[in-house]
Structures are given as C-alpha cells and as structure tokens.
Ligand binder design. Structure first.
Ligand SMILES: [Zn+2]
Length: 236
C-alpha cells in the first residue's frame, strides 16, 4: 500500500523529468533520426534544464509525498492498533492509552520516508543528464534516449519501493512496541517472520523472551532491514 502511494505520487514527476530530458536533448541537437549529429552537445543548457527540473521535482514531490505518507502512517497506526489489541486480548489485557511515543514514531516515519525518497533525485538527475549528453554526442535517436532514461528511472523506482517497504515495516514494529509498553507489557517472545529470507540469528531468537528495555544488538523484531519478525507480548 505504501508502495502504491509512492508510485501514484512519483509517476507524474518522473514523466516530467523524462520530458525535460528529451526536450534538452532536442535543444542540444538530438534528432528523431540519425541524419543530423552534433558533436558539440550543449552540456551547459542540459545541466540548466536538469537543475530546474530537480528543483521543481523537490517542491512538488515534497508536498505530495508528505500527504501520501501521512495517509500511510494512519493506516500503519490502525493496523498496529488492531493487531496489538488482538494479541493483548489473548492475555486478557486491554490496550493502554495513546502515548507520546506513538505520535513521535509516526512523525519520524513521515519525515524520514519523504526525505530519503526525495534524496534519490539528485543522483537520478545527474545520470539522466549524462545520458542526454552521451546521446547527443553519439547521435542516438530520441527513442533510444527515451529507453535509456526509462531504464534508469526504473532503478529509482525500485529504490523508492525498497525505502517505503523498509520504513513501513520499521514504523509498524515500533508502533507495536509503543502499544505493548503503553499496556504495561515489559517483555515479548520473538515470534515467526514473514520474510522470505529469514536471518539465521533471528531463527535462533525465535521463541526466546526479550525485554523491551533491552534490545538484542540488531534491534527488536522488525527493526533490522527486511526483518519481518514479530514480537508477541508476554506477561511475566
Ligand atoms: Zn527478523
């Protein structure tokens, strides 16, 4: 769901980056066919167009990503509340009051997701610029350049998705922790994982009891990258 939200937000902006890159290429002498090849690609004008595109991207993406990720944060919050209420109910314990830690975690989640995804742009823009210059110098067609740029944009998509998944998982784990602690739960049992590649160490942890105040060295369940482990509340 976080991934869909990010796609919906970034897609029009990526299309805009592509449009600007192709326009810069045409201005620098790139043709629809190979008949006219200019050696003196105007790298300066390409760079200027790219810089403007990045500034616009950061403005638009910043606002839209923030709105989308706030919606994702609410969904993570709800899901964690339902899940924790269920696992506490099996212990006969009610959910505790909402604590400041929960809102702090949601704020951190939105801020960090937005800034890390936006942080992918400068590198993307630099590499697109490089492709435009190369295309003009080697006399590529517009279509060849378009394909080259789309491939590079795909790399950024995957990175943005990876960041979103990781951030959602971490926020979910920390919201569960905050809720268990708010309900007075001090310890948890390391539960199963939904990760396709479980960590050996976490397989060893499974079934063991840990204290919320004393995490193992790579963090509580769900905190390490791609860790899909869960913490089952324990009353001692
Ligand atoms: Zn794990």
């Amino acid at each position: 769901m976080a991934v869909d939200a990010i796609r919906a937000t970034l897609q029009p902006l990526m299309v805009e980056l592509l449009r600007i890159a192709l326009q810069a290429g045409r201005q620098a002498g790139l043709r629809a066919d190979r008949r006219s090849v200019r050696e003196d690609a105007s790298a300066g004008s390409i760079r200027a167009a790219q810089r403007a595109a990045v500034a616009r991207f950061n403005r638009q993406a910043g606002t839209r990503l923030r709105v989308q990720m706030s919606q994702v944060a609410s969904a993570v919050d709800q899901h964690s509340a339902q899940q924790t209420a269920r696992s506490l109910a099996s212990l006969g314990a009610p959910l505790g009051a909402r604590s400041p830690a929960m809102n702090q975690e949601l704020t951190r989640f939105v801020g960090e997701s937005v800034s890390r995804i936006k942080g992918l742009t400068p590198e993307l823009a630099r590499q697109i610029e490089q492709r435009v210059v190369t295309a003009v110098q080697r006399g590529y067609t517009q279509n060849q350049l378009r394909i080259n740029i789309m491939r590079r944009i795909d790399v950024t998509w995957s990175r943005a998705e990876m960041i979103a998944r990781d951030q959602v998982q971490k926020a979910y784990a920390r919201m569960n922790q905050a809720r268990q602690e708010a309900a007075g739960i001090k310890t948890y049992r390391w539960g199963p994982t939904d990760s396709e590649v479980p960590r050996e160490l976490h397989e060893e942890y499974r079934g063991q009891v840990f204290e919320w105040s004393d995490p193992p060295f790579d963090g509580h369940p769900g905190e390490a990258i791609n860790c899909g482990c869960v913490a089952i509340p324990v009353v001692q």
